[in-house]
Write a protein of this length. Sequence first.
Length: 303
Amino acid sequence: MEQKLAGKVIVVTGATSGIGLATVDALVRQGTSVIGVGRSAERCRQVEEHLRRLNPETRLAYCVADLGLQNQVHALADAITERLAEFGVDHLDGLINNAGTFSYWLTLTEEGFELQWAVNHLAPFLLTHLLMPLLRRAPSARVVTVSSASHYNTRLRWDDIQLRRRYNGLLAYKQTKLANILFTVELNRRLGEQSAIRAFAADPGLVNTDIGLKDSSLISRLVWNIRRRGGKPPEVAAKGLIFLVGDPSLDTAKDVYWRDGYLKIPSRYARDLQAAQRLWKISEQMCGISSSGYGLGTVDDLR
Ligand SMILES: NC(=O)c1ccc[n+]([C@@H]2O[C@H](COP(=O)([O-])OP(=O)(O)OC[C@H]3O[C@@H](n4cnc5c(N)ncnc54)[C@H](OP(=O)(O)O)[C@@H]3O)[C@@H](O)[C@H]2O)c1
């Protein structure tokens, strides 16, 4: 496995803490070229400096972007293209859409989207489109989007998809994690079975990170502090992502949802192709893009 990823080029979002940082750490140690993405310039600088010491030979760069803002996602795609040129490569072997946030309170971005919807769903949707030309140039490529078991027992509220009228932080989070799987299902369908690009949704399980402490009420922080103690270390969760982004046995895999290297059956709703297609069209509108411009146009609309 380690040799398989040496020399490949992978983008990891949310690469300044938790699962994303552990993933970059493991990739760098095995000689993978990595472009990490973080929202804080200072955090990115510190983390990059630390990681560079682990393996001075590896090609590593960090790009700063607030993924809650689409204009910054566009700028990020340009910055990634520039870093790749500096690396001397013209393609991308993998994109790990890992960045995620939990927001207890209803927060709207400057562009008017609910924060969790913008960071957890719209950003992976848009970034995957913008990087598609680079992924297509790789002999085989992967798009891994980090979902969660919290997608079970939920559905999308089509009449208020960002829950702006009746906000509930946990429900909003669960919806975005469901959206991650629906996006992955529809992405694979649009790519087609013969595509050299495969998309997977990862369920990392319960992981001991700070996610529930960053934008949360006192009570939720207390609850997460207790709950996360039962979670696995981020380094263990990272192995599941690295398997999905690089294991050759998955080149023709059709299963979408995986935890720690094992496939799992996502909820019935997450397998609903009509819902996946409906979400895709809404996401195109929200991102102001047309998928056909990226070779992901409408294929055989479901009846
Ligand atoms: N922890 C769990 O038990 C668990 C379970 C299931 C799924 N997940 C999923 O795993 C993924 C990683 O979460 P984690 O637990 O590792 O949490 P984490 O430690 O908080 O890491 C989240 C990462 O996303 C970044 N991020 C947050 N908002 C951003 C924004 N607006 N723009 C750019 N980057 C942003 C964070 O940056 P900062 O370092 O600046 O905060 C951080 O690098 C998420 O998608 C989460 O939903 C986690």
